[in-house]
Design a protein around this ligand. Structure first.
Ligand SMILES: Cc1cc2nc3c(=O)[nH]c(=O)nc-3n(C[C@H](O)[C@H](O)[C@H](O)COP(=O)(O)OP(=O)(O)OC[C@H]3O[C@@H](n4cnc5c(N)ncnc54)[C@H](O)[C@@H]3O)c2cc1C
Length: 409
């Protein structure tokens, strides 16, 4: 039998492991097994250009089919890997196939958190994680005039913007007292609420869906306050759960994600893991965490591939993320948990651009930059290189963003 590396999960992390394996000199077989029907594609456009019909699946492929053919990377589609036998180095799939591996990469990502409420299985109620989900949403949107979005996180707000741009009547129901409650400061949430309201989106906080009604498909949503909303389509966006069961059942260390070291190695020397499914250390932050972002999946996958080839490339990138809503381009650098102060740069109450610096013990630990690419670049550079920022000048617009860095050579 020729040696082979099997990669479970064919998305951002899985595809990058395959691509980087060839770049690291892996000569043997590479087989990517995934339970979706398509070649790896960019997931972020699903709530943006794809769902509004501006982009097709071909437009958002990570690489064309010819790239994978040229690099001899094979795919198995629509197949679930059901178990891993680490003693025999085999995996079992739901199509009855067993594959032998020499090296294994887990890139199983995350799945949407589902809700179980009266009527929640009616047609017209959707979740969004995959291109198939987005295709079903796009199909339903052709005849829909009103949309209810349950969950005011980034994906919910991106969808609200996409639907509004398509001329629909849109309401967002958010359980917390404000949108983006888990991920952004109150000032940033207020900024987004204002812009969405200006654009005609109805944002209702402190409430959630309680029941869905309709004869053949969803027609209305009743919220926990007893209010009723007409709904031709409903999207539920209430977070994701990492796909760790396969690893856990195989006896690998799992916490809030598959536990890996800075080289993306699991507790089994033959198995690496990368992407949304991992709980990993970050030297820049000085702690371990699980991230849900494309840059994390891509960069960690490069370390995973290097490890499989016997090279050691530590993954230590600064976490970053983005979100597009209307004309607002948000870029986030760092992770804002446990901040004790927020400093704003820009007019949060009227403008379409803002930077919110998150500080802990008078040090910037993260920034949200809305239509403020220079501020994003400055903070990302400072945090990556360990350079200090002029805290007292962060809100001073007469100082160029790059000059906010002390000792910026
Ligand atoms: C609508 C949307 C918008 C987003 N926007 C942004 C954004 O703007 N910026 C950003 O940085 N990130 C964004 N994200 C998050 C980003 O897409 C994820 O962080 C990224 O996809 C993670 O990649 P991954 O390969 O780790 O996992 P996933 O993309 O979740 O891929 C895992 C794959 O493995 C498959 N799989 C799982 N278990 C098995 C199994 N047992 N057998 C076979 N296959 C299996 C899954 O079906 C899936 O195809 C967005 C996500 C969504 C859904």
């Amino acid at each position: 039998m020729p040696r082979q590396c099997i990669i479970i999960g064919g998305s951002h992390a899985g595809a990058q492991v395959a691509i980087s394996l060839r770049q690291e000199g892996w000569q043997e077989r590479i087989l990517v097994i995934g339970n979706e029907a398509h070649l790896p594609y960019h997931r972020p456009p699903l709530s943006k250009g794809f769902v509004s019909g501006d982009k097709s699946l071909d437009d958002i492929l990570l690489r064309p089919a010819s790239y994978f053919e040229k690099h001899d990377i094979e795919f198995v589609f629509n197949v679930d890997v059901e178990s891993i036998d680490r003693n025999n180095k085999t995996i079992n799939c739901n199509n009855g196939q067993t594959y032998t591996y020499d090296k294994l990469a887990l890139a199983t990502g995350a799945r949407v958190r589902k809700i179980d409420l009266p009527g929640s299985d009616l047609p017209g109620i959707h979740y969004l994680r995959t291109a198939s989900d987005a295709q079903a949403i796009t199909h339903d949107c052709q005849s829909a005039k009103s949309a209810i979005i349950v969950g005011g996180g980034y994906i919910g707000l991106e969808l609200a913007a996409s639907f509004k741009k398509a001329g629909m009547q849109v309401t967002v129901l958010e359980m917390a007292p404000r949108v983006l409650a888990r991920v952004a400061a109150a000032e940033v949430a207020q900024f987004y609420t204002r812009v969405h309201t200006e654009e005609g989106v109805n944002i209702v906080t402190g409430t959630s869906a309680a029941a869905f009604t309709g004869s053949n498909r969803v027609e209305s949503v009743t919220d926990t306050n007893g209010a009723q909303y007409k709904a031709d389509i409903v999207i539920i966006g209430v977070g994701v759960i990492p796909n760790t069961e396969l690893a856990r059942d195989a006896g690998l260390d799992v916490d809030n994600g598959i536990m890996v070291n800075e080289y993306a190695q699991t507790s089994d020397a033959s198995i690496v893991a990368a992407g949304d499914c991992t709980f990993h250390p970050n030297a820049l932050l000085g702690r371990s965490l699980r991230l849900e972002s494309v840059p994390n999946a891509t960069e960690q996958a490069k370390s995973a591939a290097a490890s499989l080839c016997g090279n050691q490339k530590a993954y230590a990138s600064l976490p970053w993320f983005w979100s597009d809503q209307f004309d607002l381009k948000l870029q986030i650098a760092g992770v804002n948990t446990d901040y004790d102060k927020v400093i704003l740069r820009g007019d949060a109450l009227q403008s379409r651009s803002l930077a919110a610096f998150y500080l802990k013990d008078n040090t910037v630990i993260a920034v949200d930059c809305i239509n403020r690419a220079p501020e994003f670049a400055a903070v990302k550079k400072a945090m990556t290189k360990g350079l200090a920022l002029r805290i007292d000048e962060l809100s001073n617009e007469s100082i160029k963003p790059k000059d906010l860095i002390i000792d910026n050579n």
